[in-house]
Design a protein around this ligand. Structure first.
Ligand code: SF4
Length: 128
């Protein structure tokens, strides 16, 4: 294929190779810039999903399939995956139902949805 310059002159193979190399470099720089722009957003999303954590407590916030009223209850009772008071964690709460089959998340008699063993909500009651 004959490639011509803007002035209509045929380009030498060397010039064509230089142009191709320039395009590849530009393409590489564009892709590198895109990765730089997307990576922080992706990291933030993973952290929000619990993908960045390595504790069993991470990732018990999936409310998919819950009724709006159940989600509101979680929010009203201020459920969190990680308690700020180690003496008051879900696994020490009377209302906690321990996870079975090696699952990371248990359940709760009051708060619907997955519950982290080291989570907490304002309805915490010391296990008898
Ligand atoms: S009542 Fe609250 S603290 Fe107790 S297990 Fe349920 S979510 Fe955890």
């Amino acid at each position: 294929m004959l490639i011509v310059s803007k002035r209509g002159n045929p380009l030498t193979l060397k010039t064509q190779n230089l142009m191709q190399e320039k395009l590849n470099r530009r393409d590489f720089l564009f892709k590198a810039a895109m990765v730089g722009a997307v990576a922080p957003a992706l990291a933030g999303t993973l952290a929000a999903c619990g993908g960045g954590g390595d504790t069993a407590a991470a990732g018990c916030n999936d409310t998919t399939g819950l009724a709006p009223a159940d989600i509101t209850m979680r929010q009203t009772l201020k459920y969190v995956d990680a308690t700020t008071d180690p003496a008051k964690a879900c696994d020490g709460c009377q209302l906690y139902i321990a996870a079975t089959g090696g699952a990371a998340c248990g359940k709760c008699s009051v708060v619907k949805g997955p519950i982290a063993p080291k989570g907490y909500c304002t309805s915490w009651v010391k296990k008898a």
